[in-house]
Design a binder for this molecule. Structure first.
Ligand SMILES: Cc1cc2nc3c(=O)[nH]c(=O)nc-3n(C[C@H](O)[C@H](O)[C@H](O)COP(=O)(O)OP(=O)(O)OC[C@H]3O[C@@H](n4cnc5c(N)ncnc54)[C@H](O)[C@@H]3O)c2cc1C
Length: 450
């Protein structure tokens, strides 16, 4: 089976590898960029590799972990990260999702009752506010509102439910371990809503991790910049042809699918046929290309992020290695001491930490932002001492968008039409965010379509 995989980000790499190894497909992978890996491509700065998207692979599925190990070509190490989160002024360790259990006990009780009363899946097409209310009840929705405002710069009534993927509002923590386990045994659907604390094992669900060496997988050397090099070689070893600086610019429905590719290096147009096309990008960009319509873009708005890397002595970094901050009065959204866990340091003996902040234009220049964020990092106890005075700023890639009201409903329609009109197309859904979720989806659904 001749298959074209569109996009060399994590999803394209994973899809191409599975199609070649598990379906024996003849795969070509294309990408318009010069750098392989999409968001994972990263940058090199002052002798160290800086990641622009996520920094470690979560490790809670044996099948996915096995494939990741193969893609790293054995160059990985197990790593158990320390997590933390801050909401409503309280810092909780070992939990990177909103932890609302620090609210007054009567409020926690009320929220639990409301969650239990809503043990049904939320319907599609809601606003983010309505989605949170349906999922967790009005009290939790109210407590989460400042986190939405902080990240998106607009109230949750003006956002589509899908926007939750950017704030990590998949689950909340409300109960202690024992109570969560009891509730979970009574109602498995609650698993999706309530986090089980990291008490007895490295993950939310210790039994799922027991056979794995650590909570996270970290590619070595050079973290995800290095991963891209290894993954490309791993793909080529299983017969995938990687064609960079080439993009899909047209496609006609049918099996086999007729595609038009353009090579930016030479300007050449190539018309070709494939038995299947695996589209691994968020499908708003797919829609005008295939259907000549513009339904979804009306429901999208860009959301910029700034990544600020502070170079500092390793001894200045605090004990939490990954920290998610939902408090509206603090600018940084996430903080991670990447230099610490990648074991990279600069020639001057410095390591680095990375902070993410949403860009609503309020914090002035890059230098102003860096100063504000570093003082917050210190206030929060995540680092002490000084950075070396020369932070590195990166404006995060274009993938961050706000989903405005109506997006889910419009997306559903497009997906239904694509299913009918493009039988050869394997696509990824827009709500799949993060590499592990994407890998699950690809394994379960995309492979089943061939
Ligand atoms: C700031 C930031 C922080 C993040 N933090 C986390 C985190 O903590 N945890 C987590 O799990 N995830 C996180 N992510 C998300 C994670 O990095 C992404 O989910 C994942 O890397 C995206 O992979 P992808 O293949 O879907 O998309 P991409 O990496 O965007 O790949 C898409 C590729 O398609 C190519 N392309 C575009 N148009 C065409 C065309 N017409 N033809 C051919 N190719 C085309 C692009 O050039 C690109 O290479 C973060 C992302 C960002 C930006």
């Amino acid at each position: 089976m001749r298959t074209l995989v569109v996009g060399s980000g994590f999803e394209g790499i994973y899809t191409a590898y599975l199609l070649a190894t598990e379906r024996g497909a003849d795969v070509e992978l294309i990408d318009p960029c010069t750098k392989f890996g999409g968001i994972m491509a990263g940058v090199r700065h002052r002798g160290v590799a800086l990641d622009l998207g996520c920094q470690v692979f979560d490790n809670f599925d044996a099948g996915i972990t096995q494939t990741l190990q193969a893609l790293c070509r054995g160059k990985w190490k197990g790593l158990t990260l320390a997590y933390g989160s801050r909401i409503h002024g309280r810092t909780s360790k070992e939990m990177a999702i909103p932890d609302l259990s620090s609210a007054p006990p009567e409020v926690v009780e009320r929220m639990l009752e409301e969650v239990l009363a809503r043990a049904v899946p939320a319907p599609a097409g809601l606003s983010l506010k309505a989605h949170c209310e349906t999922r967790w009840g009005p009290t939790a929705a109210r407590l989460l509102e400042p986190a939405c405002l902080k990240v998106f710069g607009m109230p949750s009534t003006q956002l589509d439910a899908l926007s939750r993927i950017y704030v990590g509002l998949g689950r909340i923590r409300l109960a202690d371990s024992e109570r969560s386990m009891l509730l979970r045994s009574l109602n498995t659907e609650l698993d999706e809503r309530l986090a089980i604390p990291r008490k007895d094992g490295p993950g939310f669900y210790p039994e799922a991790w027991a056979h794995l060496p650590a909570t996270n997988l970290l590619p070595v050397p050079e973290s995800f910049v290095g991963f891209c090099d290894e993954a490309r070689l791993a793909l080529e070893e299983v017969g995938v042809r990687v064609t960079m600086q080439t993009e899909l610019v047209g496609m006609e429905p049918g099996v086999p699918a007729r595609v038009t590719l353009r090579t930016s290096r030479t300007g050449q147009i190539r018309k070709d046929t494939f038995d299947a096309v695996a589209w691994t990008l968020r499908f708003p960009s797919l829609e005008p290309l295939l259907l000549g319509e513009d339904t979804l873009s009306r429901h999208l708005a860009p959301m910029g992020m700034h990544l600020i890397y502070h170079f500092t002595k390793e001894s200045n970094l605090g004990e939490l290695e990954y920290f998610q901050n939902y408090d509206p009065d603090v600018s940084l959204f996430r903080w991670s001491a990447m230099g610490r866990y990648t074991g990279q340091s600069t020639a001057e003996g410095l390591s680095f930490c990375c902070t993410e902040i949403p860009d609503h234009g309020a914090l002035g220049t890059d230098a102003d932002r860096a100063e504000t964020v570093w003082s917050e990092v210190r206030q929060l106890g995540l680092a002490e001492g000084r950075h070396d005075g020369r932070p590195h700023y990166v404006h995060a890639p274009r993938c961050l968008v706000r989903y405005l009201p109506g997006f889910s409903a419009a997306a559903d329609q497009v997906m239904r039409r694509l299913d009918v009109e493009f039988p050869a197309l394997i696509y990824n859904e827009p709500h799949i965010f993060g590499r592990v979720a994407a890998a699950r989806y690809i394994r379960q659904r995309a492979l089943a379509r061939l």
